[in-house]
Design a protein around this ligand. Structure first.
Ligand code: ATP
Length: 276
């Protein structure tokens, strides 16, 4: 329960001291409360405050999972504070979420090498979660954040089991969810499907997937075999990867490990070779 989670977090040093936290401006609005910019012992941080006690208790248990997941492409948890419900403290991702990043800068500023780097960053984070047999359930560009040095990191992992979007059928993010996951069959392979949609978002500079289609239409059409077209100027190799992520049969989709190898090769084709 929440008490044992609290005990575990305190024994392992993940309970932070509210007196050392300075809160600044609101930088985002989450489903369960605002996200603030702040400072903790000299480090810039992001703080999510969950005021509702019932939700806070559920999140507290999930954060014990997050403490065990550490990778350069996962947004790093610094700790939690039990005050006013729950404060979740993470590293500050100065450039915000990937959708806004891509939309505000666009084609004139971001080239295909940078897009491939984002795709690879996310893939490496997911390859790590795959190796830990951890299923994200809500992978989408809005849940990827960008650091000061433009590294993309997966966020909101570990919290998705509490998130009503994932547990309440009516709130599933339909456009990102694999057909079998819409029927409650979540796996790393359903994360791979979502990753395919995320690739599409990246290469379309943050467009809404399945433009102009209603959720009902998406469900029906995808079930019948319809798949999105390639975004404008998308490298053919990247579009084949997307389509492989959208295989109807989950076991025919590639692993994140395989996807990472293929993206590495793709990046090799697009980057000028040293000395050239
Ligand atoms: P949703 O469920 O709708 O995706 P949420 O409840 O998961 O939202 P978050 O995604 O955690 O809420 O946060 C909302 C917004 O706050 C993000 O889109 C991002 O712009 C900002 N944000 C969250 N965490 C950070 C962070 N560590 N650094 C910088 N900005 C952040």
């Amino acid at each position: 329960g929440a008490k044992s989670a609290e005990l575990e977090l305190s024994k392992t040093g993940w309970l932070l001291d509210i007196r050392r936290l300075t809160l600044g401006e609101t930088i985002g609005e989450g489903e369960f409360g605002a996200v603030y910019e702040g400072e903790y012992m000299g480090q810039k941080v992001a703080v999510k405050n969950i005021k509702c006690d019932v939700t806070a208790q559920a999140f507290l248990q999930e954060t014990t999972v997050m403490t065990k997941l550490q990778h350069k492409n996962l947004v790093r948890l610094l700790g939690v504070i039990l005050h006013n419900g729950l404060h979740i403290v993470t590293e500050l991702m100065v450039k915000g979420n990937l959708v806004n990043f891509l939309r505000t800068r666009g084609r004139s500023v971001i080239n295909s090498v940078q897009l491939l780097r984002f795709a690879l960053d996310v893939c490496e984070g997911m390859e790590y979660l795959e190796s830990k047999r951890f299923v994200h359930r809500d992978l989408a560009a809005r849940n990827v954040l960008v650091s000061d040095d433009s590294v993309a990191k997966v966020s909101d992992f570990g919290l998705t089991k509490v998130d009503s979007k994932a547990s309440d059928h009516a709130k599933l993010p339909v456009k990102w969810t694999a057909p079998e996951a819409l029927k409650k069959e979540f796996s790393t392979k359903s994360d791979v499907w979502s990753y395919g949609v995320l690739l599409w978002e990246i290469f379309s500079y943050g467009r809404q997937p399945y433009p102009k289609m209603s959720l009902k239409e998406v469900k029906e059409k995808v079930e019948e075999g319809y798949r999105m077209e390639a975004p404008e100027d998308c490298p053919p190799g990247v579009y084949s990867l997307m389509k492989s992520c959208w295989e109807k049969e989950p076991r025919r989709r590639p692993s994140f490990h395989k996807l990472r190898e293929k993206l590495d090769r793709e990046l090799g084709k697009h980057s000028p070779s040293p000395g050239a």
